[in-house]
Design a protein around this ligand. Structure first.
Ligand code: GLV
Ligand code: GLV
Length: 352
């Protein structure tokens, strides 16, 4: 089998995984950061069995038909999010699609927590100030920020990452939780309840949780809001000008999900008009660009989509992406792969 990875990936275990099932692995070494569809079509060529691709690539009808023409059967994103993949197009061409959940849950939640602390305590602004030689001595009013303890943390999207972040903030800072998700997260609720009992047993005030009926309820009540939904039609611009206006004046908004969940132009306006409001952003609407004005705002902390960037996690993501492709090329039924995004592919297009 000929398998392509559109980017070099960390570690070597992922390569061994593919080699062990009889694959020859080709790693694209192109110097440019982002490959175009032309570049990828050229890589696929006229014989390619599987591809590991990246979230920066647009995997739609064009690339899946090129892959199918080359005899391809498997595609895996090296990411948990797969809004860059047209799964239906892949299915039409009999190509399986996998993602890489689990290994990045805690790493991503930790970065969201880092952004929360950095924005709440103005760490980046203060660092800039220090390096600029502006520190002339301790002052009662210097870089006064927000205390997290006892405040309410809100999450929109209580899946793996959202729940991990909620636990970190509740346990780490004794914050109360309000969450919105289509599905009730009894596991998260039980965890917070048990932690509340523990605090009570220590003679401390217990933490509380509440499941909100709407995202608006979270935005109105929380002091810190972190966004953890998948990006789809229902979450595009979930945070817009109207909703920003309902948030507390000194609220903190964290986004380590996908950029288009937030109307970034509206956010820039809101940050300008409300200097006490802060945002911590790992993702942007038009990566790698930021909307005009964002980079000049001291009340925003911005990092370049690094939420899953720990060594252990990135090696794990590469392993899972390779396993997704190996699974399929070995002839295992797609439904038996827990990281298949299209577990019913076999019913639609049985392998020859
Ligand atoms: C990263 O953004 C991912 O979806 O894994
Ligand atoms: C601050 O540094 C304090 O000692 O209160």
């Amino acid at each position: 089998f000929r398998v392509i990875s559109t980017k070099p990936m960390p570690g070597t275990k992922w390569i061994e995984t593919l080699v062990s099932v009889g694959c020859r692995v080709e790693i694209c070494q192109a110097a440019k950061t982002i490959l175009t569809e032309d570049d990828i079509e050229e890589l696929i060529g006229n014989r390619c069995d599987g591809v590991i691709g990246q979230l920066t690539e647009n995997w739609g009808e064009r690339l899946f038909s090129a892959l199918a023409r080359a005899g391809g059967k498997a595609y895996s994103n090296m990411a948990v999010g797969y809004n860059n993949v047209d799964v239906e197009a892949a299915t039409r061409h009999g190509i399986s699609v996998g993602n890489t959940p689990g290994v990045l849950t805690e790493t991503t939640a930790e970065l969201a927590a880092a952004l929360t602390m950095a924005t709440a305590r103005r760490v980046v602004e203060a660092d800039d100030f220090m390096r600029a030689g502006k520190y002339e001595g301790w002052l009662p009013s210097l870089f006064v920020g927000n205390l997290l303890k006892g405040q309410t943390v809100g999450i929109i999207g209580a899946g793996r990452i959202g729940s991990a972040y909620a636990r970190m903030m509740v346990e780490g800072f004794k914050m109360n939780l309000i969450y919105y998700d289509l599905y009730q997260s009894t596991r998260l609720e039980r965890y917070i309840t048990a932690y509340g009992h523990f605090l009570e047993s220590q003679g401390e005030k217990p933490v509380t949780w509440k499941r909100a009926a709407t995202p608006d309820e979270v935005l109105k009540e929380a002091d810190v809001i972190s966004l953890h939904p998948v990006l789809d039609k229902t979450t595009y611009h979930l945070i817009n000008a109207q909703r920003l206006a309902t948030m507390k004046k000194a609220a903190i908004l964290i986004n380590a999900s996908r950029g288009p969940v937030v109307d970034e132009v509206a956010l820039v306006e809101h940050l300008k008009a409300n200097p006490q409001f802060r945002a911590g952003l790992d993702v942007f609407e038009d990566e790698p660009y930021m909307k005009p004005g964002l980079k000049d705002l001291p009340n925003a902390v911005v990092v370049p989509h690094i939420a899953s960037a720990s060594k252990w996690t990135r090696e794990g993501m590469a392993m899972l992406a390779a396993s997704n492709v190996a699974f399929r090329l070995k002839g295992c039924p797609v439904w038996s792969n827990p990281n298949a995004v299209d577990p019913f592919l076999d019913e639609v297009a049985p392998p020859p």
